[in-house]
Design a protein around this ligand. Sequence first.
Ligand code: FAD
Length: 392
Amino acid sequence: MTNTTLAPDPYDFLALEQLLSDEERMVAHTVRQLVVEKIKPNVGEWFENCEFPRELATEFGKLGMLGMHLSGYGCAGMSAVAYGSACLELEAGDSGARSFVSVQGSLAMFPIWRFGSEEQKQEWLPRMAAGEAIGCFGLTEPDSGSDPSSMRTTARRDGDDWVLGGTKMWITNGSIADVAVIWAQTEDGIRGFVVDTKTPGYQARTLDRKMSLRASITAEIVLDNMRLPGTAVLPGVTGIKGPLSCLNEARFGILFGAVGAARDCYETALEYTLNRTQFGKPLAGFQFTQGKLADMLIRINRAHLLALHLGKLKDAGTLAPAQISFGKKDNVAQALHVAREARGMLGASGITLEYPVIRHMNNLESVYTYEGTNEVHTLVLGQAVTNIGAFR
Ligand code: FAD
């Protein structure tokens, strides 16, 4: 029966919080509090100065957010929905903060946890879970983006050692990392290497002049005849499926995270238009504005429902990579639409860092491109329903 006296909460219109377990709700609330106290008051300045404060890594570590969906080695062993909900709350603060957690947990810790030797796991995972050691993931290269199999970085054997040469591009945390998971061509196919960034031959240069994800460090990495011991290779995987399995983990966090960025834009636009008067009444009282708010509300709640559904499939062990593509493609596109709409609704105020909207909007441009571009995920869906690959 419908209760006609109930009014939905504009901030959780479909009461989606009820779909979370007590533990998942607790995780979401804890991360939301961290965002309100530590990220929101400062992130405009970090964005302006193009910085990521390293202390945040230890804050994330203390809350068990780094590798939180992994088990053992100091990791929290939470559900996929809990991990996703943490990403959502974090990205309501900034996509850069969520990128840090995605890269650390899903791109750097996950391959070590899944494919690493016991020695590699013991050496890195507990410190990475605590945020004491920062990780990065080197797959993309200047001439190899959407088609990572075409990478030119090579690793050749020299006695018991490996010698790596090549350049990696657009690597999140590349110049602040203590450990890098680097993917390279070998005689047997693509292999992953766990690299202590103090190794001679590892050079990283921070990329500046970015207009997006400014509160996140992005770097170029040059590997100049870098010599590694034989034990540096990830023993558990050979071939492109190694890095792709990591990307699937990270994309899962992104499809939740994008909802958070969109939610923050919607909430900002709602409050702004309720409080600003033009033509004698609040902007929120005009039909144009209400149409936009209703459209944003629907897009955000639909995206959140989709994320929670995919999270349940992941927890049940039945989530397919193409379903992750569905979520990544659509939720990021919806978030970008909401952010652009909110930007306009704030008028001139929408272009300043006094409000979070243009920061989210610009950040989402990176999210649209990384972890598989919008087009790449479209091709994944096309292939999934036709059984015909159209990538080349
Ligand atoms: P390209 O592959 O050159 O694509 C350019 C355009 O062509 C896109 O629109 C694309 O969709 C389109 N296109 C490509 N192929 C096709 C096709 N077959 N059909 C139709 N259209 C096509 N990489 C890492 O390895 N580690 C990281 O930590 C990391 N962090 C990043 C952080 C940021 C802020 C950014 C922006 C990127 C990061 N990346 C990282 C790189 C990212 O994953 C790549 O940028 C992405 O894979 C796209 O590659 P590309 O930029 O070379 O674009």
